[in-house]
Design a protein around this ligand. Structure first.
Ligand code: PEP
Ligand code: CO
Length: 452
C-alpha cells in the first residue's frame, strides 16, 4: 500500500544494504547535525540539469558520467581531484567532437562514499568482521575497530564532499590549464595503439575545431568552459545521509536532495517496494536507476510509474549494465517495453559493472575490449530500435593505476599488481579512459555519418 511521502517515509519500507550502527542515538545526533548544515548544490542547478537531460534523451546532447567506483577520504586532495576533472573535460571534448553535440559532464564525485556489498561480512582466516561499506560508513582496515560503523563518518563525508566540490568549482572557474598546448593532452599512449594514425587525425581535428571556436567566440576555450556546467552525482545508497540533505527551498514546490545534482539507485537496491525507491520517488532531482540482467520489462515499467508518474522528460535516467555477452539478449526487450508504453527516459550505458571478472589469483578486473564491445552494442541496439542512447557511465580515474586489463599499452593480469589502488571496483586509468573516449567518439561519428 502506498504511504504519504516524506523525507523519512523510507524508514517504513524494507531496507536493503542496511548498516547496523551499534549506537542508534549517536546516529540520530549525526543526522540532526548534518541536516543543519548548508547544502552543496542548488535547486536551480538541479532544474537546469533536468532540462539538459531531457535534451539528451531527445538526441540533442550526450551525457558523460564518470569517476571512481568509490571515492576515498584519503584521496580528497588536490592532485587526484584535478586529474579527475581534467580527464572528464578532455573526454567531453573528444565526445563532443565525435557526436557533434554538446556534452553534459557529470562527475561521480563529492559524495560517492558508500558502497553496496554482496555480503555483510568479510572473513580472513579465522576472523569474520563487518564488510567495508565505504568511507561514509566504516574503514577499510581489517580490525573490529575499523569495521565498526561510525555515524561521525557521515559528517566527515559531507565535509569531504564540500571540500571536493569547492575545489572543482574553483578549478572550473579559473584554474584549468590551456587546452591549446599539446602537452596538456598527454597523448603518449596513442602511438602504441593500432589506431594511432586515426587517433592523431581526430586530435588534429579537435585542435582545429578548438582554434576555430576560439577565433569566432573571441575568447579561450578554458574561459568558455568556465561558464559551462559541471554536475555531480553519487549512488544514493545511505538513506540517512540522503534524508539529512533533503530540503525545501523558497519559491519552489517539492523537496530537493541538495547533496548532489543527480543521485542514483543501484542495481541491488532498486526493488519497487523497497526503501530506496520510496525515498527517490519523492525528491525533485533528476534521478538514475541502474538496470541489470535481472530486470524484467514489467519491473522496469513499474519503476517508471513509481519514480516518474508524470512522465517528465529529463527526470529518470536508466543506466543499463548487462555485460558485453548479455546485452544483445537483455537490452532490446527493455527498450521495446519503454517505447511501447511511451515512457520518457534517459538511457545511459554503464559498460563497467556487467564486465567485472576475477583473475585466477583473486584480483577483480575488467577487460578494455569487453567494455568497448558493450558500448558499441548498446549504440547499435538503441539505433536499430529507434531509441536513443543518451550517454555513458564510466568508472575511471585520471591517474596511472593498473586495475583494468587491455588498452593500447596492453596491460595484462601480471600488471595488475603494479598500481592497483581501488578498494572496490577496477577503474579505467588515464590512458584507457582517453582511448575509450576516442573509440566511442569514432563510433558516434560513424553513426552520425550513416544516419545522414
Ligand atoms: C556502482 O556503480 O559502483 C555499482 C555498485 O553499480 P551497480 O549498482 O550497477 O552494481
Ligand atoms: Co562500481
Amino acid at each position: 500500500m502506498s504511504i504519504a511521502w516524506s523525507p523519512e517515509s523510507w524508514q517504513h519500507k524494507p531496507l536493503s544494504q542496511r548498516v547496523d550502527y551499534p549506537d542508534g542515538e549517536a546516529l540520530r545526533r549525526a543526522v540532526d547535525s548534518l541536516s543543519q548544515l548548508p547544502p552543496l548544490v542548488t535547486s536551480g542547478e538541479i532544474e537546469k540539469l533536468k532540462l539538459l537531460l531531457a535534451d539528451a534523451a531527445a538526441g540533442e546532447r550526450f551525457v558523460l558520467q564518470g569517476g571512481d567506483c568509490n571515492e576515498s577520504f584519503a584521496d580528497c586532495s588536490a592532485d587526484p581531484i584535478t586529474a579527475k576533472l581534467k580527464i572528464l573535460l578532455k573526454m567531453s571534448l573528444i565526445l563532443a567532437f565525435g557526436a557533434q553535440q554538446p556534452v553534459v559532464r557529470i562527475g561521480r564525485l563529492a559524495g560517492q562514499y558508500s558502497k553496496p556489498r554482496s555480503s555483510d561480512v568479510e572473513t580472513r582466516g579465522e576472523t569474520t568482521l563487518p564488510v567495508y561499506r565505504g568511507d561514509l560508513v566504516n574503514r577499510p582496515g581489517f580490525t573490529a575497530d575499523e569495521r565498526r560503523p561510525d555515524p561521525q563518518l557521515l559528517l566527515r563525508g559531507y565535509e569531504r564532499a564540500a571540500l571536493t566540490l569547492n575545489f572543482v568549482r574553483a578549478l572550473i572557474q579559473g584554474g584549468l590549464a590551456d587546452f591549446r598546448h599539446p602537452e596538456f593532452w598527454e597523448l603518449g599512449f596513442v602511438d602504441l595503439s593500432r589506431q594511432s594514425a586515426e587517433f592523431r587525425e581526430m586530435m588534429r581535428g579537435i585542435a582545429e575545431s578548438v582554434r576555430f571556436v576560439e577565433t569566432i567566440a573571441g575568447r579561450s576555450l578554458a574561459e568558455w568552459l568556465s561558464r559551462g556546467e559541471f554536475y555531480v552525482s553519487h549512488e544514493g545508497l545511505h538513506l540517512w545521509y540522503e534524508q539529512a540533505h533533503t530540503r525545501q527551498v523558497p519559491r519552489r514546490t517539492g523537496w530537493y536532495n541538495l547533496s548532489t545534482h543527480l543521485p542514483w539507485i543501484g542495481e541491488r537496491t532498486r526493488s519497487v517496494d523497497g526503501a530506496h525507491v520510496e525515498y527517490f520517488r519523492g525528491i525533485a532531482n533528476p534521478i538514475g536507476v541502474k538496470v541489470g540482467c535481472g530486470c524484467t520489462p514489467e519491473e522496469l515499467l513499474a519503476l517508471c510509474d513509481t519514480l516518474n508518474p508524470d512522465n517528465q522528460p529529463g527526470r529518470l535516467m536508466l543506466i543499463h549494465r548487462f555485460g558485453a555477452a548479455r546485452i544483445p539478449a537483455a537490452l532490446p526487450r527493455l527498450v521495446e517495453a519503454v517505447l511501447r508504453k511511451g515512457r520518457r527516459v534517459v538511457w545511459c550505458c554503464d559498460p563497467m559493472h556487467g564486465n567485472t571478472l576475477t583473475t585466477a589469483s583473486g584480483v577483480k578486473t575488467r577487460d578494455f575490449d569487453a567494455i568497448l564491445r558493450e558500448l558499441e552494442t548498446a549504440i547499435d541496439i538503441h539505433q536499430a530500435l529507434g531509441s536513443v542512447l543518451a550517454g555513458v557511465h564510466f568508472e575511471m580515474t585520471g591517474e596511472n593505476v593498473t586495475e583494468c586489463i587491455g588498452g593500447a599499452r596492453g596491460l595484462t593480469e601480471a600488471d595488475l599488481t603494479r598500481n592497483y589502488r581501488s578498494d572496490v571496483d577496477p577503474r579505467l586509468n588515464y590512458e584507457q579512459a582517453m582511448e575509450m573516449a576516442l573509440l566511442l567518439a569514432r563510433k558516434l561519428s560513424r553513426g552520425r555519418a550513416a544516419a545522414r
